[in-house]
Design a protein. Structure first.
Length: 271
């Protein structure tokens, strides 16, 4: 039995909502008996928990999903990882989800403005941008100023997603006019360009550089502190499994969850 499954992100938000709802990866573990609250008579979590989360959380949330299902064998956790702006749009257009974790406050506000959350969002971690370059740094990139160099092939996130909004802030802080060759739909797409050697550098999160291992080298830069991304999480009002949603959020906020996030390159929320 799968401990968690992955929803294929919608290619287009409006057309793709059906694809995100009821995909083969979102079926509940066979034989599970669930109540409307998602718990069995013995208190074990059951049914399906659907988590919409920012692409940068792919690895660490996957591990937390494994941990939750290990403790609740009749629970199936399904993730939809994508750019936070796309996820927020999907939710406001009616895509079924139990939990939303955004890479910034702006996209969470899109959801809360529609009164779709079942409680106040809680900031659970922070992230900053870092320059990712292919192993060996063939483009000889040294810092954020190189994103104004037309001779380099550069990737950033689109401005409407959190990593793109943060990129605009650091470019302003550095006083440069960036000349990116491509604007990607989420941070993992930008990272993939580096991993494949298709660009000389990309602006991604520090956690993404960590996740890429030895295939990618990271270059920190001071202006990143001018664009700290706070990550909020909330349960959704129309979620079908509120008990499992609460359990997942509690795990993310727990000491154990926080240690996993920090090990993945995220930072503890500011006091």
């Amino acid at each position: 039995m799968r401990s968690w499954s992955l929803l294929v992100p919608c290619v287009a938000v409006v057309v793709g909502l059906t694809a995100c709802d009821g995909s083969p990866g979102s079926d509940t573990a066979s034989g599970a008996t669930s109540s409307s609250a998602g718990t069995s008579s013995a208190g074990e979590l059951t049914g399906t928990l659907t988590v919409f989360a920012a692409a940068s959380l792919t690895d660490v949330f996957g591990e937390l999903g494994h941990r939750l299902t290990a403790a609740n064998p009749h629970l199936d956790v399904t993730f939809n990882f994508a750019g936070s702006s796309a996820l927020a749009t999907q939710i406001t257009q009616g895509a079924p989800a139990d939990v939303f974790a955004s890479a910034n406050q702006t996209q969470m506000t899109v959801v809360t403005d529609e009164h779709l959350q079942a409680g106040d969002p809680q900031v659970f971690t922070e992230n900053v941008l870092e320059i990712a370059v292919p192993k060996g740094n063939p483009g000889k990139v040294t810092g954020i100023a190189d994103f104004a160099d037309p001779d380099l092939t550069l990737a950033v996130c689109a401005p409407d997603v959190p990593c793109g909004a943060a990129a605009e802030k650091v470019f302003a802080a550095a006083g440069i006019t960036a000349v990116p060759d491509t604007e990607e739909e989420d941070v993992r797409a930008a990272l993939t360009k580096v991993q494949l050697g298709e660009v000389d550098a990309a602006l991604v999160y520090a956690s993404d550089v960590r996740s890429a291992g030895s295939d990618v080298e990271g270059i920190p830069f001071s202006e990143a502190e001018d664009a700290i991304n706070e990550y909020p999480i909330c349960a959704l009002a129309d979620g079908k499994n509120p008990a499992a949603a609460k359990a997942f959020i509690d795990l993310v906020l727990s000491d154990e969850g926080q240690k996993d996030l920090e090990a993945a390159g995220f930072r503890a929320p500011s006091a």
